[in-house]
Design a binder for this molecule. Structure first.
Ligand code: AMP
Length: 542
């Protein structure tokens, strides 16, 4: 017997219909790339997205065509997503922080037909265009008054482009499993791999993301995604925030501590989300210049491990709740969030911070397990580490063109490449990337755990730990430290600080002070570069 419920395809652009109908007057506030603060409503966003769909259709863009965007978080970028989705084309976000050759490779792999680009990246687009034969046209996300001189043939301002149609247009209807978006993983080795989201996965993922134990968001909130839309499907914010009708605050190109602080306070933001490096910049700015965050209720921190020092500062100094999150581009991206279940409601002080340093528990739609190298499932005892595997309706079933097929098994599990333990209440903690874990004397040392403790030292700005070859132990940890500007500390100071906080055999064999630690285009510590730089380092313990 079949159920007698309606066939109502989960099409992602119906989310902006809902926002316009139920929360039509709510604003999307952006720091425009041109400079001034810009305000628009969900109702207007929907109308303008419809115009974009109509205009793209006139250019012959059809179901399944890839349309690239290379832009900051602004209202225009949000409109391009919905305009592309609305005719069944595929938004393809490009990370401008990648090397130009990598971006060209990715565009060619995806066979992008059009590119929507911010003023900031026009020069980059000029360099890319000749290398991407499938690219037919570039639209610059500005108005005619701000159009730059450009060598891009046929380039047009976004406002002129959508101004050529009347908006009398209806979204296309198609199967909910149709491709909606593409995002390539930053992969530090080998070619990047294309992740392809569907309308169904984006919609289900947004329904999951808005739960109180996840983003904890409602129409009363003012949400600022600092995480760029080009990083891991924008952490779903383009869907989850309009879905509940919250005000959206878009920081544009202003990603420094001062600009973020201004937007948070002037726009009375209640929830925000970004990687730890962004919050380090904000907290440093506030340490130097003072300030408070009276409206901010909670901050979602993920993308790499959130050091306990950040959790403490937000909660103790500014009364802002931290929700540590883990996810992957392949997971749309949310995997777990560390909200506090009743089992832990009484935790306080350092015990609470220790819990919040875990990446958290998974929602319905994300199944997790940990297994050893032979595929045997390991127990959830909060100690035993294993390879973390996941499955669910918003998790990749394959990469584009079937690259990386070995990461997917026949039972539908995706091997995340992360190493983690999970406790009896389902709280997962990442201990490393499988390739970064330090294998010492047959045991594993978590580089992330040592880094997290080291950045709690008052003079330390950033820390990274890598494994260096050792004749007896196979590998031993080397700690690389960047000190805060104007501060000094010795190796002994750092060792004393770590002493008692980590197992004795985890103590790094040496500590080096560096001017900077390299980062990937999505803000993670680039361990491959560090291993290249320090691979031959001779440890004093040899
Ligand atoms: P990306 O797809 O670029 O977002 O990278 C996903 C990877 O980032 C994950 O597989 C983890 O290795 C890492 N990651 C994301 N969030 C966290 C977190 N909260 N703690 C530790 N690692 C994280």
């Amino acid at each position: 017997m079949l159920g007698l419920m309606q066939e109502w395809p989960l099409l992602a652009h119906t989310i902006i219909d809902h926002a316009a109908r139920m929360h039509g007057g709510r604003e999307v506030v952006s720091r425009s790339v041109e400079g001034p603060i810009h305000r628009i409503t969900y109702d207007e966003i929907r109308s303008r997205s419809l115009k974009l769909s109509q205009r793209l259709a006139r250019d012959g863009v059809v179901l399944g065509d890839r349309v690239a965007t290379m832009a900051w978080n602004t209202w225009r970028h949000l409109e391009t997503w919905y305009g592309i989705l609305g005719i069944g084309a595929v938004y393809h976000t490009l990370n401008p922080r990648l090397f130009p050759e990598q971006i060209a490779w990715i565009m060619n792999d995806a066979e992008d037909r059009m590119l929507f680009v911010d003023l900031t990246f026009v020069k980059l687009a000029e360099a890319l265009a000749p290398k991407v034969p499938t690219l037919e046209r570039v639209v610059i996300l500005t108005d005619d008054a701000h159009m730059p001189e450009t060598s891009l043939a046929g380039a047009v301002s976004y406002e002129a482009y959508i101004g050529e149609v009347d908006g009398d247009f209806a979204w296309a209807r198609f199967d909910e499993n149709t491709a909606a978006g593409m995002c390539y993983t930053s992969g530090t080795t080998g070619d990047p791999k294309g992740v392809v989201y569907s309308h169904r996965s984006n919609t289900l993922h947004a329904l999951t993301a808005i739960q109180p134990d996840m983003l904890d968001i409602s129409s009363k909130d003012r949400f600022m995604p600092v995480v760029p839309l080009f990083h891991a499907n924008g952490w779903s914010t383009a869907f989850s925030v309009p879905m509940v009708g919250a005000t959206m605050v878009m920081p544009g190109a202003g990603m420094d501590g001062k600009s973020i602080y201004e937007m948070l306070t002037q726009e009375r933001v209640t929830i925000t989300a970004a990687v730890p490096t962004v919050w380090l910049m904000l907290l440093q700015h506030m340490e130097e210049h003072g300030g408070s965050l009276p409206d901010l209720d909670h901050v979602i921190i993920g993308g790499s491990a959130c050091p306990p020092a950040i959790i403490r500062k937000f909660q103790e100094n500014y009364d802002v709740r931290v929700m540590h999150a883990w996810g992957m581009t392949e997971m749309s991206p949310l995997g777990t969030i560390c909200s506090i279940k009743p089992e832990y409601a009484d935790l306080e002080g350092e015990e609470k911070v220790a819990l919040q340093s875990k990446q958290g528990h998974a929602p319905y739609t994300v199944e997790m397990k940990i297994s050893d190298d032979d595929g045997n499932e390991l127990s959830w005892d909060g100690k035993t580490f294993g390879r973390l595997k996941v499955r669910g309706p918003a998790i990749s079933s394959a990469y584009y063109k079937n690259r990386g097929a070995e990461q997917f098994d026949e039972d539908g599990w995706f091997d995340t490449g992360d190493v983690a333990h999970i406790n009896e209440y389902g709280y997962m903690q990442i201990t490393d990337r499988a390739k970064d874990v330090i294998k010492s004397g047959g045991e594993w040392i978590s580089s992330i755990e040592i880094e997290n403790i080291a950045v709690g030292h008052p003079d330390v700005a950033e820390a990274a730990v890598i494994g260096v070859d050792h004749p007896k132990w196979s590998e031993r940890p080397l700690l690389i430290i960047v000190l805060k500007a104007g501060r000094s500390a010795t190796k002994e100071d750092i060792r004393d600080f770590l002493d008692g906080k980590i197992a004795k055999w985890w103590m790094p064999d040496d500590i080096v002070f560096a001017d900077e630690i390299p980062h990937t285009a999505t803000g993670k510590i680039k361990k491959t570069t560090l291993r290249d730089a320090y691979g031959d380092y001779t440890l004093p313990t040899i």
